[in-house]
Write a protein that binds this ligand. Structure first.
Ligand code: ATP
Length: 232
């Protein structure tokens, strides 16, 4: 569903992604691991069109993403939760959740259905719906950010370091939500970055490892088969 064809990206003149070639399949949960600065955030931002590629191409559902401006990518069914929290403080959590769909002009019935689906995956949000975005703790904000990514992303969901700074009990709840997400949406592709890959335990189907902007290995289960590839 999502193919990266030898993508490279630079920030401030320095190459931070180097010729990444990989494919993300529908129905898979992919972990992207690597140390701080390895390029995980830049990889997700490239897919969202927030960073211009220096070379290469990104294909989503057979379409070249370069032709689709960043603000329209959510309309393709791509949801993104950046590492930093961006809840609108004066809106309620429910309004924050509905926002990406409202912006896309989605009919109210469809938004209601998506909200229901989201609450089934992240049930903790039910009690927060009427609270203001400003009233959330760090962990609650992460749950709400996951919810918002799920509202827009019915094909692909990109989650940037969601476990960062989460207390163990919340990290477990978050992992449970990812498990439910996979069980309830067998066609969805979920990409999660993590500097400490062990927090995801046995969840990922595939684990991609980045080192200094290079994809150095891919390991996991594809279909029925275990695979492990080293790229250098
Ligand atoms: P982290 O876990 O720290 O977020 P990461 O693997 O997500 O790490 P990126 O944030 O993608 O890594 O950063 C990749 C490289 O790009 C790093 O060397 C980082 O210092 C550099 N970089 C990222 N953003 C900027 C920026 N705004 N200006 C300059 N350099 C940047």
């Amino acid at each position: 569903m999502l193919k990266l064809h030898r993508i490279s990206a630079k920030i401030a003149g320095i190459t931070v992604l180097r010729k990444i070639e990989t494919e993300f399949r529908a129905g898979s949960l992919v972990a992207v691991v690597g140390r701080n600065g390895a390029g995980k955030t830049t990889l997700l931002r490239s897919i969202m069109g927030l960073i211009q590629l220096d070379e290469g191409r990104i294909e989503f559902g057979g379409r070249d993403l370069a032709r689709i401006p960043d603000y329209r990518r959510a309309s393709l069914g791509i949801g993104y939760a950046p590492e930093e929290r961006i809840m609108f403080p004066t809106f309620t959590v429910e309004e924050n959740l509905r926002l990406p769909c409202d912006v896309l002009g989605m009919p109210g019935r469809e938004i209601d259905a998506r909200l229901e689906r989201t609450l089934a995956v992240v049930p903790q949000l039910k009690d927060m719906l009427q609270r203001s975005g400003a009233a959330l703790s760090g962990g609650q904000g992460k749950m709400a950010a996951l919810g918002r990514a799920l509202m827009a992303g019915n094909k692909l969901v990109l989650l940037d370091e969601p476990f960062q700074g989460l207390a163990p009990v919340l990290a477990n709840q978050y992992a449970e939500s990812l498990r439910r997400l996979r069980d309830l949406n067998p066609e969805l592709c979920v990409v999660v970055t993590e500097s400490n890959g062990s927090l995801l335990r046995d969840l990922p189907d595939t684990t991609l490892t980045l080192e200094r902007g290079e994809l150095i290995s891919s390991a996991g289960v594809a279909g029925q088969h275990l695979h492990e590839e080293q790229y250098r």
